[in-house]
Write a protein that binds this ligand. Structure first.
Ligand SMILES: *Cc1c(COP(=O)(O)O)cnc(C)c1O
Length: 396
């Protein structure tokens, strides 16, 4: 067996028609038929497009699944999975869930009779204890956004299987370069390919991969019936991103580890969330189920206020203030005011997203430059290293 990266690169076929090394962008809506129903495998581009099909085959192979489907966004991919359910069904979801998924579950699907309960999945028994006769789907993200909680995929997959419940893992943060949920027992993997798979902050895309072909056929049916397909050009961009995924993720991990260790030693920081730190709650599980700890680091300031976070996130040079993550350039964001704004305050705080929590997407710049940037931002924003002194200074 060759190395997985070698295999990945050579699993992307040359164009069968012309031999083009880069898969062509088949920018067409329809395909000529020889007779009604007699075609070359494609009839209409919502149902199937060769560029999109190349991506779907590629991602199924990388995630060790039977089938892949590409969608217009990560949320469209999540939406397709939820459409497998029926009114009356219940989802058990990780409590620190992606804000957009929370909004979709509560503000769109609740009114159709699909309910969601949130569980602290970092302890597998919590999932077992929360299951009811209505539970049809367990929804995990690991690591989570933005508090980098880790759940034991293998243990939860066993619980799901024993209770005939589907397990879906949103693998966006780890990416398949680090973690393969299907090999750990998951039935479905979803991705926001907008992040590490695309990798260059230049597209919006989503993917669903299923372990079994039969489930993949249901997803493909929903993909065609609902129609949120990924365009040929964006499919091509994701393929191109995937070609360097392993190389990029390796450097993201190394840079993030350096940044996390710096933050942990900084006097203005009260807590650092990074699975690669030895004191992370599930560091052992992360080390066992993934090849690395990823490129996202979050931290809380000692002065835990929105104002202090605002001062910091506008004081960096290389870390640009923006939503999203997983690109070559470093980004930072303030979830309480940005990605997690749609989550009610009490629920947000209870899941560990403090008022001053700042999330970093550590990019591919030089690690020393990134650490210097953060160090300078602490000085420039005059973030207090002592909560009391800062409060007194404010009241003065
Ligand atoms: C960004 C993101 C999504 C949503 O993906 P879009 O491509 O923005 O629709 C879903 N899950 C996670 C973990 C994400 O980070």
């Amino acid at each position: 067996m060759s190395n997985i990266v070698t295999e990945l690169l050579h699993s992307i076929p040359a164009d069968p028609l012309t031999g083009a090394v880069s898969i062509p962008i088949y920018q067409t809506s329809t395909f000529v038929q020889d007779a009604p129903g007699v075609n070359k495998g494609y009839d209409y581009a919502r149902s199937g497009n060769p560029t999109r099909a190349a991506l779907e085959t590629l991602i199924a192979g990388i995630e060790k699944g039977a089938a892949g489907a590409a969608f217009a966004s990560g949320l469209a991919a999540i939406d397709a999975v939820i459409k497998l359910l029926e009114a009356g069904d219940e989802i058990l979801a990780v409590d620190d869930i992606y804000g957009g998924a929370f909004r979709l579950f509560t503000q769109v699907y609740q009114k159709f009779g699909i309910t969601v309960r949130y569980v602290d999945t970092t302890v597998a028994e919590n999932v077992l204890n929360a299951i009811t006769a209505k539970t049809k789907l367990i929804w995990l993200e690991t690591p989570t956004n933005p508090t980098l909680k880790i759940s034991d995929i293998e243990a939860i997959a066993k619980i799901a299987k024993a209770n005939h419940i589907l397990l879906c893992v949103d693998n966006t943060f780890a990416s398949p370069a680090l973690q393969l949920p299907i090999t750990l027992g998951a039935d479905i993997v979803v991705h926001s390919a907008t992040k590490y798979l695309g990798g260059h902050s230049d597209l919006i895309a989503g993917l669903v991969i299923t372990k079994e072909k039969a489930l993949g056929d249901k997803i493909k049916f929903i993909q065609n019936a609902s129609g949120a397909v990924l365009s040929p050009f964006d499919s091509w961009l994701v393929i191109r991103g995937i070609e360097t995924l392993h190389l990029r993720v390796k450097q993201h991990c190394a840079n993030a580890q350096a940044v996390a260790e710096f933050l942990q030693s900084h006097p203005a920081v009260s807590k650092v969330y990074y699975p690669g730190l030895k004191d992370h709650f599930n560091h052992g599980i992360a080390a066992r189920q993934a090849k690395g700890f990823g490129g996202i680091v979050s931290f809380i300031l000692k002065e835990d206020t929105v104002e202090a976070a605002n001062a910091f996130v506008t004081a960096t040079t290389y870390f640009k203030l923006a939503e999203s993550l997983g690109g070559v350039k470093s980004l930072l964001c303030h979830p309480a005011q940005m990605t997690h704004k749609s989550i009610p305050e009490e629920i947000r705080r209870a899941s560990g997203v403090a008022d001053s929590l700042i999330r970093l997407s550590v990019g591919l710049e030089d690690a020393d430059d990134l650490v210097d940037d953060l160090s300078n931002a602490f000085k420039k924003s005059k973030i207090s290293t002592d909560k009391k002194t800062f409060a007194q200074a404010l009241s003065f």
